[in-house]
Write a protein that binds this ligand. Structure first.
Ligand code: CS2
Length: 523
């Protein structure tokens, strides 16, 4: 399939051109002029546009749900976001999502769920207006793990962050998501309106709890009474979200646009697989998610249900039911993804699917899954772990996604501290063999040097490292490597023997390469 040789004419995308789009693209059957905002979303990136926007598009297609449109908000001031605002405006907030199956077949969809896109640095009052509208029932978030502004070591919300400080001093004129959401909640409370639900869609362990912690900590620093109201009346559902959605380079954008015969300024590409397990915990109503494939599970609920009214559901101490699903996803999918990303960077492999073409990497990942991960996971009801793992690896082999090793390896310090922690702990406490885990840690530390096995240097994207920690990572020091925050979650378990073994594997990776080291620990 030669994708660049298509002679299709590319059409600009906006309300006027919808009827002229190639027939291969599915399009909204609903009247977009009737769709109004019910959800305000912070962090309108590719993942959200390939995930929640799709579920809502399905609902709008079904008819009768026009009040569940989305307004996207961006709070981070930069030229990329400013450009995005112009691009969405030029396209009447339309965009295409192209889904690729593993066999290369694809289907493009025109998504019409976005009502508006607001760039908060230039239009803060408009953002507050939509947040305080009675029709806004949910605020959703994809602000990334670091976006919750929680210190990994102390677990506390960072009140000393300069923008957070600004928002505490200027509550009417906020800059951060915390400032906007809490100010809007304060205004809703004063006006006697119901609060909205704050729904995290980030790939973060206990994402609802993380959001609860962040927003209530901010609110406490502002007004204790307001914070108590938020703790009691605002729902923060936990969820497990899943769809591989790569970053699109300019070249990939052109590729997908040529394929569709359309000139979309903000196209998205994703795999066919789509999953969302969501706690049914909402303070002000929700769309009929159950009608469009979302797995709603009974977890904790705000008023009544499982906890007595007035208790604090997020801190009630009992694990929400969602735990099992997110545990499986993070330990199977995200953890092996990180092995592929780091080893791909070390061996100069561009894309994730290409890493699995290397026998040593594939065998290593399968061994980790079979021997070190699956035996220590309890399957949630209805999940066959072996099948889940097989499907996951198959998803990684999808060549059309063009998912780069650098996207997956990026921010490894934060990711691995969550994704690998349990597997490392099990090995260190004798529940499973230790050798593959030692190799994983060696891969991570070698990756953090920013240098491939062939000596080539690459740029590291590790926002969780301070400049001093970055120095330690890059100088490759075997003594200090274990002080890095990627080991925070397992620090109490690390032994001198383990560190010595990891360091020995690091040496072997440098002298023999990743494949030989992986092969040596298979049996
Ligand atoms: C990836 C995820 O960032 C990562 O390391 O593992 O982005 C992954 O693609 C998604 O969680 C899939 O749902």
């Amino acid at each position: 399939m030669s994708l660049f040789k298509t002679d299709k004419k590319e059409i600009a995308l906006n309300n006027e051109t919808i009827s002229k789009l190639p027939n291969s693209i599915t399009r909204p059957a609903y009247d977009r002029s009737k769709v109004t905002t019910g959800i305000v979303h912070f962090g309108l990136g590719n993942f959200y546009r390939a995930h929640l926007c799709v579920y809502l598009d399905r609902l709008l297609q079904a008819g009768g749900h026009d009040h569940w449109g989305i307004t996207g908000v961006e709070v981070i001031a930069n030229t990329v976001n400013q450009q995005k605002m112009k691009d969405y405006a030029a396209q009447n907030n339309l965009y295409t999502l192209t889904n690729f199956k593993e066999d290369g077949t694809h289907k493009a969809h025109l998504i019409g769920t976005l009502c508006d896109y607001l760039y908060a640095p230039e239009d803060g009052e408009k953002v507050l207006k939509v947040l305080t509208a009675p029709e806004t029932k949910i605020v959703s978030l994809t602000i990334t793990e670091g976006g919750y502004n929680i210190d990994a070591t102390s677990g506390a919300f960072r009140l000393e962050h300069p923008d957070v400080k600004h928002d505490l001093q200027n509550p009417q004129n906020p800059k951060t998501v915390f400032g906007f959401v809490v100010e809007a909640l304060a205004r809703r409370r004063a006006a006697g309106l119901l609060p909205f639900t704050v729904m995290s869609c980030d790939n973060v362990m206990h994402n609802g709890k993380a959001a609860f912690k962040a927003f209530t900590s901010f609110a406490k620093a502002r007004d204790e009474e307001l914070a108590q109201w938020i703790e009691k009346d605002v729902a923060f559902p936990n969820s497990m979200v899943d769809r591989i959605t790569p970053t699109l380079s300019q070249e990939r954008k052109e590729y997908v646009n040529k394929l569709n015969g359309i000139n979309d300024l903000v196209p998205v590409l994703a795999e066919e697989f789509l999953q969302w397990v969501l706690e049914d915990n909402f303070s002000n109503g929700r769309p009929d998610f159950d009608k469009v494939g979302v797995q709603l599970i009974s977890g904790i609920s705000v008023n009544g249900g499982i906890y007595a009214s007035g208790s604090n559901p997020q801190e009630a101490g009992s694990a929400p039911v969602i735990d099992g699903f997110e545990h499986v996803k993070l330990r199977v999918l995200n953890s092996t993804h990180s092995i592929l990303g780091t080893s791909g960077m070390l061996e100069n492999i561009d894309y994730i699917d290409q890493t699995l073409e290397k026998k040593a990497i594939k065998d290593f990942v399968m061994a980790v899954l079979e021997k070190d991960v699956l035996p220590t996971i309890k399957a949630p009801q209805g999940v066959n772990l072996k099948q889940y793992a097989r499907v996951t690896v198959e998803r990684f082999t999808n060549p059309a996604l063009g998912d780069t090793c650098s996207r997956i390896a990026g921010d490894s310090v934060s990711k691995v501290n969550v994704f690998w922690a349990e597997t490392v702990k099990n090995a260190l406490t004798g529940c499973t063999e230790i050798k593959r885990v030692e190799v994983m840690c060696a891969l991570l530390l070698e990756y953090l040097r920013g240098r491939r096995c062939n000596g080539e240097v690459y740029a590291l994207n590790e926002p969780a490292l301070s400049p001093a920690q970055m120095e330690i990572a890059k100088n490759g020091s075997q003594d200090e490597g274990f002080s890095l925050p990627c080991f925070d979650a397992v620090r109490g378990y690390l032994t001198a023997e383990f560190k010595e073994k990891v360091n020995a594997y690091r040496g072997q990776i440098r002298s023999k390469g990743v494949f030989a080291v992986m092969t040596s620990v298979l049996s």
